[in-house]
Design a protein around this ligand. Structure first.
Ligand code: WQD
Length: 347
């Protein structure tokens, strides 16, 4: 049994959230010690017990609003032995960000800058950033590579991701000791196969998968399919859905890359997708097959900001990180469904 002192310590901001909690599980399973910083604004503290149930280890948890720089700086002062930071903490509801842009710019960018300034001050120079394919906007060249032009994202949420990457670029140019990896997620769905952690959006889900599972358990009356007049095979938009556990495993590989000084640039950027696109109707069809029940849905008008087609080139992550997504769409949908059934039962 490796004792605590030989474990490398990782701070995970937003570690009680959907992708954060799955990454915490993967880090613990890779023998890292984890300290979670989270304000619980869009997550639940019970996730700590569930992480313990899965891994046998309860991560250290500090409830903190990262917009409070004095508290953040204090935390880093007392955690100088931290080897790296993985930064998930951000508001992420696209439609809400359009209604309340300043709330998103303030929270997402202050949290990022306070974390970066505090860790840099204490000589912690490794940073993994949770970015999004939304920075590519409505890209015409597909599959999307990391060289695709980063456009002005439609939503303030997406723009906070773009600005964050620009901040990282300026930071590494100013500090030769600082290294960062930005991971651009396509569409994360699915849940840990234990059924103990998963996506738990507060309020009405914005994203397709939780809306489907909540409709199937009767929380939502029916799914609105936002448009079937797109230039795609069945008229509904196509996305590159990736299993959240594949995503979590990529974060462990990325943090090890920095800890072993394998990075080739001070700031590296990788797409995290499967390279395969599925339409909304295809997702529904797979869900109906897996759940064995018809889903109640209605085709309605398009949603502002939706693009017809978005899927990743996965070559760079495969070549440089030696990572590629392993889990198939059926795994993603089944694990989402199992998670939804579990929480409603335990609720
Ligand atoms: C997928 C498809 C919708 C809901 C967003 C963010 C991205 C990341 C993932 C945070 C689209 C359709 C959806 C519904 C529907 N978020 N849909 N009815 O918009 O591709 O990406 O979430 O990190 O940054 O931009 O994901 O799940 O919202 O939508 O028809 O009730 O499902 O039109 O075609 P999206 P999504």
């Amino acid at each position: 049994m490796i004792d605590k002192k030989t474990k490398q310590k990782i701070i995970v901001t937003g570690g009680c959230g959907y992708i954060g909690s799955h990454t915490v599980v993967a880090l613990i399973e890779n023998n890292f010690e984890v300290v979670i910083l989270d304000d619980l604004s869009n997550s639940n503290i019970t996730v700590l017990d569930r992480i313990e149930k899965i891994t046998g280890i309860k991560p250290t948890f500090i409830e903190v609003d990262l917009k409070d720089i004095s508290r953040v700086e204090n935390i880093f002062r007392y955690n100088k032995d931290v080897a790296a930071v993985i930064h998930f903490a951000a508001y992420k509801a696209v439609s809400e960000s359009v209604k309340e842009p300043l709330k998103y710019y303030q929270n997402n960018l202050y949290s990022l800058m306070n974390t970066l300034m505090s860790q840099q001050k204490h000589g912690i120079n490794n940073f993994i950033f949770s970015s999004s394919a939304t920075v590519y906007g409505n890209s015409k060249t597909l599959p999307i590579t990391e060289e695709n032009e980063v456009q002005r994202p439609f939503s303030p949420y997406g723009n906070t991701k773009k600005i964050a990457e620009e901040i990282l670029d300026d930071l590494v140019k100013s500090d030769p000791n600082f290294s960062a990896i930005s991971l651009r997620y396509f569409n994360p769905i699915g849940a840990h196969d234990s059924g103990l952690i998963g996506e738990l959006p507060s309020g009405v889900p914005n994203n397709l998968m939780p809306y489907i599972t909540q409709t199937a358990v009767g929380i939502r009356a029916k799914l609105m399919v936002y448009g079937n007049d797109y230039p795609t095979k069945d008229g509904t938009p196509i996305r590159d859905y990736i299993h959240v556990v594949d995503l979590a495993e990529a974060h462990v590989i990325a943090v090890k890359r920095l800890l072993n000084n394998k990075q080739e640039e001070q700031l590296e950027t990788f797409n995290l997708g499967t390279g395969i696109g599925y339409s909304v109707l295809e997702i529904i069809k797979v869900f109906e097959k897996i759940s064995g029940s018809k889903l109640n849905y209605e085709i309605t008008g398009r949603r502002d900001g939706d693009v017809p087609l978005l899927f990743a080139s996965t070559n760079l992550a495969k070549e440089k990180l030696g990572w590629q997504a392993k889990r198939k769409l059926e795994d993603m949908v089944l694990s989402s469904w199992k998670w939804e059934q579990n929480i409603r039962k335990v609720k």
